[in-house]
Design a protein. Structure first.
Length: 196
């Protein structure tokens, strides 16, 4: 079973998160940030990951600590759930349309943390969510998951659609990357023999 459970307790957030990479897309998410809940729910669905997230954060400050720390926990859980990395396809990419928006994401489960993020989100907020936090989330996720992640906005004018397109696209790219290649299920997908 490729699963992981993470508990993170700081003076800013208290987070409990579990993930099953071989799930069916079921989720139970409560972070105190409605837009983030929506993004994580569709992330689980499109990635076919079973995901539970509970977070109590310092929302009286803003949503920054909650969003970043949930990204940290999700990335850490991905890394743990992947185990020894044997047999994974390693790479995945998705170009995802959502109405006027077009988002490209590409993933390499490389063991090396890197985010390239190219997006122009036209508004500062979606509801009460600060749109700059989308990049903070993916930075934390990629760093803690130990992956190379590219996110590129190819088109789009609606801030909600742009961020939602990111979460859906990355979920589908990760779904492809974590899939087991049955022909090579006992091999590390690298000529070096290690990922990292």
């Amino acid at each position: 079973m490729r699963t992981a459970s993470i508990q993170r307790d700081t003076l800013e957030t208290q987070i409990s998160l579990t993930i099953d990479l071989d799930g069916r897309g079921k989720s139970s998410v409560s972070t105190g940030c409605g837009f983030l809940d929506h993004m994580l729910t569709l992330f689980a669905r499109h990635g076919r990951f079973d995901l539970t997230v509970s977070c109590n954060g310092d929302h009286q400050v803003d949503d920054h600590h909650t969003v970043e720390d949930v990204g940290i926990c999700l990335g850490t859980a991905f890394r743990e759930a992947l185990g020894d990395l044997k047999g994974i396809c390693r790479y995945g990419s998705t170009t995802l349309p959502m109405d006027e928006t077009l988002i490209l994401s590409a993933v390499d489960i490389s063991g090396r943390s890197m985010l390239r993020y190219t997006a122009s989100i036209p508004t500062e907020k979606v509801g009460t969510f600060d749109t700059e936090l989308a990049e903070e989330f993916w930075t934390a996720f990629a760093r803690c998951a130990g992956i190379t992640l590219h996110i590129r906005q190819l088109d789009g004018t609606n801030s909600h659609h742009i961020i939602e397109g990111m979460f859906k696209s990355v979920a589908r790219s990760l779904r492809a990357a974590v899939a087991i290649d049955q022909d090579f299920r006992d091999e590390i997908p690298s000529t070096k023999g290690v990922l990292g």
